[in-house]
Design a binder for this molecule. Structure first.
Ligand code: NOJ
Length: 758
């Protein structure tokens, strides 16, 4: 239906004579317009204000009519959008249409799992389709620009905004970034239903100190280029139309005033020709950061750094004309910055198709969208523990099921952070899905037990205990409410909040030998040890979105096997953070042999023979669950790892492959992962780097060989002079079902082309 519908729109566009403008057409039209614009109109293009929430005040009308605005954010009443656009196009002197921006982060009316959950699917095509769906739904409300994808790299689950990221790994994040950009923008930005994407937040935001939102970041240039930049580079190469700055201070220069980021790297090195928008009031915040004397100075620094459009605050409007008059800003630079904005508007086809007619788009939350949301939720579910194969539950053996917890039946909380437009009336909760699937065959007793996930009251515990005691199986729906993650919602402790641990103990004690299953919804990795001790199985569901309920029920009853894998390492304790699989080796790497636990320390100085290693005495060096980890109802045997040749020259490729066999008794998806390590480099190298992944479906007994291509460029890293290089030398490659994979092969990269047959 989606494809058919798009085909129809393309046909319609062709019929109306609308087609994508060529790059030279666009440049000519941009230049022509710039020539005609007054300084005030140029500054207008660089200004974005917040919408008035479904109204159109007179002063906004006047500003649009005078060419004083380039964009409005947060207006999703399509009639108001069209009216604002009509004034811009028909009543302003030059008729330049506006951009309507909105945070369409993980769906629109139909809500998909939070991006961190989507990353757990390791399925970029699914992510692309999700973004396409969101673009269609948002387009019907007049949105033509989304502030997504968020592709900050974070290794700190305390940071509330990890929910919006694709996790800790730059390779996975880059793949997801490209997928989302393609989903929002399509092949041709001007085709109906495509909207401009915005890669954010450039750059380094995910490294905020102690995971406190908006805090300082100090990131060595090497790490910026190796870890934080690659997803942005990938988005730029995929044609992302816009970028947003970060609120954070990067190495002493706040990102919004950072010329190195936006001019030297983004434009100079990556040839980006779209535009950069500030984050909300982040230009004004240059004063609060203490790098700008006043608002005028802040505006000057932001322009100098390369911020084309100001979000929400009026510093450009108030000060740019004066700055130009006083010679503090070069008019040619201003023209170039306005040209970047106009270029995006032309590419979007806004001059040809400024208005949105909702009936041109499929109905929101239609069956196809709901099915996509179910599939996305399903593929994001990660099974973290399954003792004695407690899951799946056998429906036919259940007469009475206890469903307990604050997140079993909450239409809002399961949608997660950033769901301005999410429609809670279409949410399918786990409780409703379980009831539906069980029908009359079993009685479901639901006890919410806690008002919300933070509650400290134990008032509902007695009912929970009774329900658990009389049930054949206990399903606990625990986790974090949506407001515990997201912007400015960071946590210093990342265990289950409130009295949930007590609830788990109470219920597990009452259930005796009946299976106790925990389903956890959360916006970040949590420290789960106290829960893992008490329950038989634990399914991690992130905030799964509109269709989380049916997806969870399908997995609990075995209609589907869980297949998600962790996109972020789960620590045992907060003190281990930052903990991530791609760390450096160090000069004293820990291992099971040389690690001493705090309880085993017997004598002073015992650590001189062992124990002087990069580890914690109490937590050890291993996480609770590694990146890439996730169980299945099937089991997979990996074997026969091989390289197509043991040596390749720079500029050449080889393949790494292994067999994967489903040795279980159900069909299931497995995410096969490829990791490499460069054994010796001019810079220290990570112990493992993710270089490939593939989702494969295998029937019981089925065996397949999964092959990954590896070009020598894929092994490149940022060297001492900040250039990307691949060095000749020995590499290890692993293929397996997590970053702990132990099936290894070795190959060599040589400077010269190797002899035939090597
Ligand atoms: C602030 C957030 O940091 C950013 O991600 C978002 O797009 C803007 N506000 C607009 O809502």
């Amino acid at each position: 239906m989606d494809t058919l519908f798009c085909g129809f729109l393309v046909w319609l566009a062709a019929l109306c004579g609308i087609s994508a403008a060529t790059p030279s057409d666009v440049e000519a039209r941009v230049a022509d317009l710039i020539e005609k614009m007054t300084l005030a109109e140029k500054i207008g293009q660089m200004t974005q204000i917040n919408g008035a929430g479904g109204t159109l005040p007179d002063d906004m009308r006047a500003r649009v009519r005078n060419g004083g605005l380039g964009s409005v954010l947060n207006e999703v009443d399509v009639e108001i959008v069209n009216e604002i656009q009509r004034i811009a196009v028909e009543e302003s002197r030059l008729g330049i249409p506006l951009l309507f921006g909105r945070d369409v982060i993980h769906g629109f009316r139909t809500v998909l799992p939070i991006p961190l959950g989507q990353a757990a699917s390791f399925n970029p095509e699914l992510v692309r389709r999700g973004a396409r769906m969101a673009a269609l739904e948002a387009s019907a409300s007049g949105v033509n620009w989304t502030f997504a994808p968020m592709i900050d790299m974070s290794r700190d689950p305390r940071w509330g905004r990890v929910a919006e990221t694709f996790g800790e790994d730059p390779f996975l994040t880059s793949r997801m970034a490209v997928a989302m950009v393609r989903g929002f923008q399509g092949e041709d930005l001007s085709a109906p239903g495509n909207i401009a994407a915005c890669a954010k937040h450039f750059a380094g935001y995910g490294a905020v100190e102690a995971g406190r939102d908006y805090a300082t970041t100090n990131i060595a240039e090497h790490d910026l280029r190796e870890v934080h930049f690659p997803p942005f580079r990938a988005a730029v190469d995929a044609g992302v139309a816009t970028l947003m700055t970060s609120f954070s201070d990067l190495n002493g220069v706040p990102a919004t005033g950072n010329r190195f980021l936006m001019t030297d790297v983004l434009r100079g090195e990556w040839n980006f020709d779209g535009f950069v928008v500030s984050d909300w009031a982040s230009i004004e915040q240059l004063v609060i950061h203490g790098v700008a004397e006043d608002a005028r100075d802040a505006a000057r620094q932001a322009v100098d750094a390369g911020v084309n459009m100001e979000m929400a605050t009026p510093l450009y409007r108030d000060h740019l004309a004066g700055l130009i008059e006083q010679g503090a800003v070069d008019p040619a630079q201003l023209d170039a910055m306005v040209a970047d904005i106009l270029r995006v508007k032309f590419r979007l086809g806004l001059f040809e198709r400024p208005y949105r007619n909702p009936s041109d788009f499929p109905a929101t939350a239609n069956d196809e969208h709901l099915e996509l949301a179910r599939e996305a939720a399903l593929q994001s579910l990660v099974l973290l523990q399954n003792r004695d194969r407690a899951l799946p539950l056998n429906r036919t053996e259940l007469r009475r099921v206890a469903v307990i917890g604050p997140l079993a039946d909450d239409e809002y909380e399961q949608l997660g952070t950033w769901i301005f437009d999410g429609d809670t009336s279409i949410t399918r909760t786990p409780l409703s899905a379980l009831r539906r699937q069980l029908g009359d065959s079993a009685e479901v007793e639901y006890v919410r037990a806690m008002k919300n996930s933070r509650s400290r009251s134990t008032e509902g515990f007695a009912a929970a205990r009774d329900a658990a005691a009389s049930a054949d199986a206990v399903l606990l729906f625990l986790g974090e409410e949506s407001m515990l993650s997201g912007e400015a919602h960071c946590r210093a402790e990342i265990g289950l909040p409130g009295n949930q641990h007590d609830l788990v103990r109470t219920v597990a004690g009452a259930a005796k030998d009946k299976p106790v299953i925990a389903v956890i919804q959360a916006g970040r990795p949590l420290t789960l040890a106290p829960v893992l001790d008490q329950v038989d199985a634990l399914l991690f569901a992130w905030h799964p979105g509109t269709m989380g309920g049916p997806a969870i029920a399908d997995v609990l009853f075995g209609a589907e096997s869980p297949s998600g894998k962790l996109p972020m390492t789960f620590p045992k304790m907060v003190g281990q953070i930052p903990i991530f699989f791609g760390h450096k080796h160090t000069g004293k790497p820990p291992s099971a042999e040389n690690f001493i636990h705090i309880d085993d320390l017997e004598e002073r100085m015992v650590q001189y023979s062992t124990g002087l290693v990069a580890s914690h005495l109490d937590a050890g060096f291993e996480p609770q669950f590694p990146f890439g980890y996730g169980l299945s109802y099937a089991s997979f045997r990996y074997g026969d790892i091989a390289v197509s040749r043991t040596s390749m020259a720079l500029g050449e490729s080889l393949t790494v492959s292994a067999t994967v066999e489903n040795t279980g008794d159900v069909a299931a998806d497995e995410i096969v992962q490829l990791y490499t390590r460069d054994l010796v480099g001019q810079m220290t190298r990570p112990v493992r780097e993710l270089k490939g992944f593939r989702r494969v479906r295998l029937k019981p007994g089925q065996k397949t060989r999964v092959t990954f291509d590896l070009h020598s460029d894929d092994l490149a890293f940022v060297g001492r002079t900040m250039e990307r290089i691949t060095e000749p030398g020995v590499f290890h490659a692993w293929i397996g079902g997590s970053s702990d994979a132990d099936l290894r092969v070795e190959f060599r990269v040589t400077a010269a082309k190797p002899e035939e047959g090597s």
